[in-house]
Design a protein around this ligand. Structure first.
Ligand SMILES: Cc1cc2nc3c(=O)[nH]c(=O)nc-3n(C[C@H](O)[C@H](O)[C@H](O)COP(=O)(O)O)c2cc1C
Length: 188
C-alpha cells in the first residue's frame, strides 16, 4: 500500500477570491490518492519584529511551525507582487525561519503561481526558490507551473477550469509524491 502523505498548503494571497487559493484547492483534488492537503491560514501571522519574537513567538506562528514540521511536504501557491514574492508569504517564511528546529530544513516543497498577467509569476518563483535555498528546503525542480492570464481560466464560482493547468497540476502532484518518497529514502 502507498504510504499516506500529509501536505501543508500555504497561499501568498489573503484575497477571499484568490486564484492562488482556488488553485491550491484544485491541487488538493488532483493529488494522488495517498496525499492529503491541509491549507494553513496566514492572515493571523503578525508582521515580523525581533522585539515580538524576543517576547515569545506568537501562537499563530508556533501553530504554523508545528503544522509545517509535522507535514511530509509543503505546497506553496503565490501571486507575483512587483516581480517578486508577496509580502504575506515572505513575512510568514521569515517568522518560520526563526523557529528552532528550523522547519524548512530538508523539507520537500513544491511551488506554483497564478497571475492575471501573461508571465504567470515566474520572477516570484525564482525569488522564492532563492529564499527556500537559504533555508535548506528541498524544492521540487520540475514540472514548473506558471498559470498566467488567469482571467480566462476560472469559472464564475472561482474554480480552476483550464484543462492544461489542471493536467500540469496533476503531473506536478505526482512528481511531488515521488520527490517526497525520495527525500524520505535519503533521510533514512
Ligand atoms: C501589489 C501588487 C503587485 C503586483 N505585481 C505583479 C507583478 O509584478 N507581476 C504580475 O504578474 N502580477 C502582479 N500583480 C497582479 C497579481 O499577480 C494578480 O492580481 C494575481 O492574480 C493575484 O493573485 P490572487 O488571485 O491569488 O490574489 C500584482 C498585484 C498586486 C496587488
Amino acid at each position: 500500500m502507498t504510504q499516506p502523505l500529509t501536505i501543508l498548503g500555504l497561499c501568498g494571497s489573503l484575497r477571499k477570491r484568490s486564484t492562488n487559493l482556488s488553485t491550491l484547492h484544485a491541487a488538493g483534488e488532483l493529488m494522488p490518492e495517498a496525499m492529503t492537503l491541509t491549507i494553513a491560514p496566514l492572515d493571523e501571522i503578525p508582521l515580523y519584529s525581533q522585539d515580538v519574537q524576543d517576547a515569545g513567538f506568537p501562537a499563530p506562528v508556533t501553530r504554523l511551525r508545528d503544522a509545517l514540521a509535522a507535514a511530509d511536504g509543503v505546497l506553496i501557491a503565490s501571486p507575483e507582487y512587483n516581480f517578486s514574492v508577496s509580502g504575506v508569504l515572505k513575512n510568514a517564511i521569515d517568522w518560520l525561519s526563526r523557529t528552532q528546529p528550523q522547519p524548512f530544513r530538508m523539507k520537500p516543497v513544491a511551488i506554483f503561481s497564478v497571475t492575471a498577467g501573461p508571465v504567470g509569476g515566474a520572477r516570484n518563483q525564482y525569488d522564492l526558490r532563492k529564499i527556500l535555498g537559504c533555508l535548506d528546503a528541498m524544492v521540487l525542480g520540475k514540472p514548473e507551473i506558471f498559470i498566467g492570464a488567469s482571467g480566462s481560466k476560472f469559472d464564475a464560482e472561482g474554480r480552476l477550469t483550464d484543462e492544461i493547468a489542471r493536467k500540469l497540476l496533476r503531473d506536478q502532484m505526482g512528481a511531488f509524491a515521488d520527490w517526497i518518497a525520495r527525500a524520505k529514502r535519503f533521510a533514512a
